[in-house]
Write a protein that binds this ligand. Structure first.
Ligand code: ADP
Ligand code: ZN
Ligand code: ZN
Length: 732
């Protein structure tokens, strides 16, 4: 073999042929190659003796990166993903790799150090390190047991490792040498599990779920674990993991967001202290990410906990896949490669012939329909073992005077909760102070110059912010239309509610938690600690706080401003609202204290709220599914949407119309091509946006159609229009 087919991170469809000489190359190898004037890392997907291109014109592979080749299953997942989501394979492969492995010079200049104990260190250090200094002890133990440690691993064990190791090197206790790549951790035999925590006695429902799911761990079976919030789904995951670890296999556990990882990490660690676990998320430094990825890829990590991107981690010993809060929108990537991590998780489990457990209190209707119609198996947990279901009530605000969005009733309820020394969450899914800045004299509102959207007033910083393009402006002192100096913020956001609560409940410790004040690394973790240690009485937060968190002293949830979701034109609005409200409601009363949920609304009779009051997901889902079937919406049809945007409106429309004509020319029976329409927010960051919806009666019909249509669109390379096909869109 002399020719390697290489997939590259370029928007063109590969593979590209390269020659190679002596280098040891196999399928899955990462290689550095010249491409145009650049150097890129590519993945070898094929080897051959011949090329369609004249051999003398082919360029040569420059070097092979010093890492193990990607295994076949990882390549197959990427290929599936590329085909299903209509994305160039080289780009998919690149997304799946840790950033450090996308650099052609990776491992060339050793920037890594390997540390080991000197004889003197082995003799003296154990008596010198203070046994109370946990981090130092961990580092020492790792050096004694593992003998060599690289700098990335060391930092993972103890944050202050770098400084400490330097001291130890200076004192002659430790020696260091440069290494070229992160050491592929030598596979140690899986440790046996010792449960340090008192293990809970499972409820009957939990026991049944564990027994049924673990019955067939060696074959693919998709499961819906449908358990009300607080019903102990996590406990079921832990038991399943225990089984899987016992077989010497790995578990992939996906969670919707990075903020949920520390809590789960702690729980896993205390349950399985001897097990190697890695968590993978976008908040990691590059080196950390690579080293953890290596640990997962080598099969050494028994548990891989991560957010959506972790679904691409190659796991040679995979034994179980779990997707927690499977309904959550964050599993869908909404730019670039628009994949859905939950759907890919099912694919991953299938190709590894292992079970996948999709857990939720409010499953997505897609998953729920799969379970109801028997394609997925289901296990349910209907009771809370440690607490009672919260009581849900409504404050009808049609006849009431509101003070900055809060009714007197709501304030009283919050006040009495606080005076019992319990905690309260005021949930409003809008950040900022007020969503609109209005002139009451002439009706002018502050609009973003670059988007067809209003600017949100952020009072704390006296800025107007566009939540679509990020543009910021100073707050105007007078109306630009009529000169009126009395501009008013209309409606409520988290900042205004925070302010109102502080004004009405003096002495109460109010903490706002939204993406504006948790952007800094570690900010959210600190807040969580404050809440858990009861330094806070009232939390004001967006959906960041709705998901999965467990605050034992939180007994009251007050929901504000949910009504506006009822006006949405999105056919998923009711489903999403119900999921959101059930999740937030689930934050109340998770321990022995009884929970109470109060919804302030103008429509207490609305079906969404009635279903919430009964906490009856099944009936609500049955109604929604019947409606979806009647109206021809997913999951009974399969959709893809072509999204296009351009600085010139006419370019965007002519591209979409052209695409529509091409679609009609290749559409077979069962495919519906809809009209080209403006996107819900027509202009964002000075680009006009439009879309074209395609619908099919079956998934295979959709795939077949896309495989014929997509190449036709690809022909227009020089177009000024940016476009993307979004398969299985979650927003239209
Ligand atoms: P979920 O993931 O379904 O929201 P969790 O697994 O977090 O629920 O469990 C909620 C609470 O119930 C936790 O505090 C957990 O320790 C407790 N719990 C779970 N299972 C049991 C059990 N079998 N007996 C007693 N308490 C339990
Ligand atoms: Zn005006
Ligand atoms: Zn904008």
């Amino acid at each position: 073999m002399t020719i390697a087919r290489v997939e590259l991170d370029v928007p063109l469809s590969g593979p590209f042929d390269y020659t190679f000489g002596e280098a040891e190359i196999s399928i899955g190898s990462l290689v550095a190659v010249p491409f145009g004037r650049r150097r890129l890392v590519g993945v070898v997907t094929g080897l051959s003796d011949s090329s369609e291109i004249d051999k003398s014109l082919l360029k040569r592979i420059e070097r092979v990166l010093p890492v193990e080749p990607l295994p076949g299953r990882a390549l197959a997942l990427a290929a599936f993903c590329a085909d299903y989501y209509r994305h160039p394979l080289g780009q998919v492969l690149s997304i799946a790799l840790p950033t450090m492995l996308r650099k052609p010079d990776f491992g060339k200049n050793a920037r890594l150090w390997a540390y080991s104990l000197t004889e003197r260190g082995l003799a003296e250090l154990p008596t010198l390190v203070n046994p109370r200094a946990g981090g130092q002890m961990r580092l020492l133990r790792a050096l004694v047991e593992g003998d060599v440690l690289d700098s990335v691993q060391a930092r993972l064990i103890y944050r202050g490792a770098q400084r400490l190791l330097r001291e130890w090197v200076d004192s002659g206790w430790v020696k260091k040498r440069a290494v070229r790549s992160v050491r592929s951790p030598t596979s140690t035999p899986m440790q046996t599990i010792s449960a340090e925590q008192p293990v809970l006695l499972l409820t009957d429902e939990q026991r049944l779920a564990v027994a049924r799911i673990s019955e067939a761990l060696e074959t693919f079976s998709p499961w819906l674990l449908h358990g009300v919030t607080g019903s102990g789904k996590t406990e079921v995951y832990l038991r399943l993991i225990q089984h899987v670890v016992g077989m010497g296999r790995q578990t992939l556990l996906l969670v919707p967001e990075i903020n949920l990882t520390p809590q789960l990490e702690a729980r896993l660690q205390s349950r399985f202290p001897a097990l190697s676990m890695v968590s993978l998320h976008s908040g990691l430094a590059e080196g950390e990410r690579l080293s953890r990825w290596e640990e997962a890829r080598s099969g050494k990590a028994s548990i891989v906990l991560g957010t959506r991107l972790a679904v691409f981690t190659p796991l040679p010993q995979l034994g179980l896949v779990i997707v927690d809060e499977e309904h959550d929108g964050s599993f869908k990537q909404n730019e670039g490669l628009r994949y859905h991590a939950r759907d890919l998780a099912v694919y991953v489990a299938k190709s590894a012939s292992v079970p996948v457990v999709l857990g939720s209190a409010t499953p997505s209707l897609e998953t729920y329909a799969n379970a109801v119609e028997g394609r997925y198996r289901s296990a349910s947990l209907s009771l809370r073992p440690a607490a009672q279901a919260p009581r849900i009530e409504f404050i009808d605000v049609r006849q009431k005077r509101l003070d900055h969005g809060l009714s007197e009733d709501a304030l009283n309820i919050i006040n009495s909760c606080v005076s019992r020394r319990e905690q309260c969450l005021v949930y409003i899914n809008r950040r900022g102070f007020a969503p609109v800045l209005l002139c009451r004299a002439c009706g002018w509102t502050a609009q973003c110059r670059r988007c067809s959207a209003r600017l949100t007033l952020h009072a704390r910083t006296s800025r107007l912010k566009c939540h679509y393009c990020g543009r910021e402006e100073r707050v105007l002192s007078a109306c630009p239309e009529c000169g009126n100096q009395d501009l008013q913020g209309l409606g409520q956001g988290t900042q205004r509610i925070e302010e109102t609560l502080q004004a009405h409940l003096p002495g109460t410790r109010v903490l706002r938690v939204d993406s504006d004040n948790t952007r800094r690394r570690g900010a959210f973790a600190r807040m969580r600690e404050q809440i858990r240690s009861e330094e806070i009485d009232v939390l004001v937060g967006t959906q960041m706080l709705a998901k999965g968190h467990d605050f034992p002293k939180l007994t009251l949830v007050v929901i504000l401003g949910a009504d506006h979701a009822l006006y949405s034109s999105d056919f998923r609005a009711a489903e999403k609202l119900f999921q959101q409200l059930m999740q937030v409601a689930g934050r109340a009363g998770r321990s022995e204290l009884l929970g109470r949920v109060v919804v302030q609304t103008e429509f207490p009779e609305h079906p969404v709220y009635r279903a919430l009051a009964r906490q009856d997901f099944a009936a609500f889902a049955a109604d929604l599914l019947a409606e979806r079937r009647r109206c021809g919406f997913p999951p009974y049809v399969y959709q893809a949407v072509l999204r296009a945007e351009s600085h010139r409106e006419s370019d965007m429309w002519s591209f979409l119309r052209g695409a529509s004509t091409k679609a009609s020319s290749v559409a077979e029976a069962g495919i519906t091509v809809y009209d080209c329409v403006p996107a819900p927010v027509f202009r964002v960051a000075s680009r006009y946006r439009g879309q074209l919806l395609l619908q099919a009666s079956s998934r295979s019909a959709l795939r077949h159609f896309l495989s014929r249509w997509h190449p036709l669109l690809n022909r227009e390379k020089a177009s000024p229009v940016r476009w993307v096909i979004d398969v299985d869109p979650v927003e239209l």
